[in-house]
Design a protein around this ligand. Structure first.
Ligand code: UN1
Length: 512
């Protein structure tokens, strides 16, 4: 029943029944407690993992510190070559890794493969970038002086990731961190430890084939106490954190207290405005994929549709019809549109959100519910649902990581933009319109306040070439493309005097 080729993929990726959760870039070891990874797809125990203990932690940090001194001296384009080889291996392992992502996390196989593709894409991007870590040159105000700036590695970057993108977010961070000359320590979600072990196994091959020191790429499969250590540890130059706003707030202040750097990718509450001038066919597909893709567990998932009153009824009816056609089931089965939630806790949160929404006056036009019976034995499958709400409802202001879509009606575009912005989060946003004036207003400084604003595209599925991240309670961080690499380096301004005089800047005279 269970297979879909998963056993073979687990074997190819080096996953055993009993795994160890710490790696400094070579053989895995571990001294902590044992956890189990169950698939939300079929409820099966995939494997056990012995997690990292305190003593593992210190070893990992010390080895990373040592490796950092060596790795930073390798020329950036040569570091790019390492990342090129990782991209090549990811192409070879794409099917296996995509399948594991789908099986351990529960997203559809297509989306699992898509996630590995994001890893490949960021590797390609980083390889090119490794020859383009440019700074500016400036003209000095003093004669016989030259000024320029350069970017240097920062040291150890720790990457703390969530279950929903269990492999891509690691790659977004590490591909950039490595070409920038840093070493990395990954603490994956305890809900998807096998994805992390698989990625590290692939990276270990690259490290070995290039005789690189241990410590360039480390993994700690560990609980939040080790996470806390990473946050508090002065030896770690940057913490790149993806997760909830609640934890992100703590990470942000703790890292700031010790003047470390952080990149925060926290919650979203993403909306699509469907205007009177929208192409409705496109809008429906964009909205449905945005809301039910990854079972509503992307940071970029579409949570709210803000619909013009003149098309509201039509959009609602078409959504109800589309939801009626959704096939919910095993994510490895390519006929299914929607897979399970990550675990039973997530199912409980989904149910609580529905209850809360009803209490606040939400009217469900597509009812939710937990699925049971054949093929749903894991208890993690839920029905995507749709409710008509007010934007001001407490539950609507809150990010629930589940396929619950809220409908809100508007009259003027200014009102729609105000509704779209009137949530604490600011990650992704979109407008569906064929009207240039509307599109440009939405993108203007009086428009969307999000880090991502799209026209005639949904809220999810960003390409790696752009900077990814958002404002307000989303945390303000940016990852992946554009000039995001600068976060992973320290900037140095250099002024060189090639004369025999020492003129002071600002014309200051100081004679002895
Ligand atoms: C996330 O949900 O944490 O834009 C990342 C997207 C994906 C990345 C999502 N490229 O939906």
């Amino acid at each position: 029943v269970k297979d879909f080729g998963i056993e073979k993929s687990l074997k190819n990726l080096g996953i055993k029944d009993e795994n160890k959760g710490t790696s400094k870039g070579g053989q895995f070891f571990a001294s902590g407690k044992t956890i189990e990874s169950y698939s939300p797809s079929d409820g099966r125990l995939i494997a056990r993992i012995k997690t990292s203990g305190e003593s593992d932690y210190d070893q990992v940090i010390e080895t990373a510190q040592k490796a950092s001194k060596e790795f930073r001296m390798i020329p950036a384009p040569k570091r790019g070559e390492i990342v090129r080889q990782l991209g090549q291996k990811l192409r070879e392992y794409k099917d296996d890794l995509g399948k594991l992502v789908s099986y351990e996390m529960g997203k559809s196989l297509q989306e699992g493969l898509g996630e590995v593709q994001e890893m490949i894409d960021i590797c390609d991007f980083a390889v090119g970038l490794s020859r383009q870590l440019h700074g500016y040159t400036m003209h000095s105000e003093r004669p016989g002086h030259r000024m320029y700036e350069q970017y240097h590695p920062i040291g150890i970057v720790s990457v703390i990731t969530a279950f929903n993108f269990p492999v891509a977010v690691w790659a977004w961070n590490t591909a950039l961190a490595w070409i920038c000359g840093n070493v990395t320590i990954w603490k994956p979600s305890e809900k998807t430890p096998l994805c992390a072990i698989a990625c590290q196994n692939i990276m270990i091959e690259v490290l070995k084939e290039n005789n690189l020191p241990e410590g360039v790429s480390s993994v700690l499969v560990a609980d939040h106490e080790i996470g806390q250590k990473l946050v508090d540890d002065k030896r770690i130059a940057m913490v790149s954190f993806t997760g909830s706003t609640r934890v992100g707030r703590m990470v942000s202040s703790k890292v700031a207290e010790r003047f470390g750097k952080s990149i925060l990718e926290l919650g979203g509450n993403n909306a699509i405005i469907i205007s009177k001038d929208a192409d409705l066919d496109m809008s429906i597909i964009g909205a449905v994929f945005g809301a039910v893709g990854t079972a509503g567990q992307r940071c970029t998932s579409t949570r709210r549709l803000i619909i013009h009153e003149s098309v509201y009824e039509e959009v609602k009816n078409r959504l109800v019809k589309a939801y009626g056609q959704l096939k919910i089931g095993n994510p490895l089965d390519e006929n299914m549109h929607v897979g399970p939630l990550i675990d039973v806790d997530a199912v409980n949160q989904y149910q609580a959100a529905i209850e809360k929404c009803k209490k606040e006056g939400g009217k469900f036009v597509v009812e939710g519910g937990v699925l049971s019976g054949e093929n749903y034995e894991s208890g993690c499958y839920v029905k995507p649902c749709i409710a008509e709400v007010e934007n001001s409802f407490e539950i609507v202001q809150h990010e629930t990581f589940a396929p619950i879509l809220y409908l809100i009606k508007y009259t003027t575009l200014e009102e729609a933009i105000a509704i779209q912005n009137d949530v604490p989060q600011g990650l992704s946003s979109a407008i569906m319109t064929q009207n240039l004036r509307e599109a440009e207003l939405f993108l203007s400084q009086a428009g969307s306040d999000c880090g991502i604003a799209n026209v005639n595209i949904g809220t999810s599925g960003a390409e790696i070439g752009g900077a990814f991240g958002g404002e307000k309670e989303t945390g303000g961080g940016r990852e992946s493309g554009s000039d995001v690499w600068k976060y992973y380096m320290r900037r140095q301004t250099n002024t060189i005097n090639y004369t025999a005089q020492l003129p002071l800047a600002q014309g200051i005279k100081f004679d002895l």
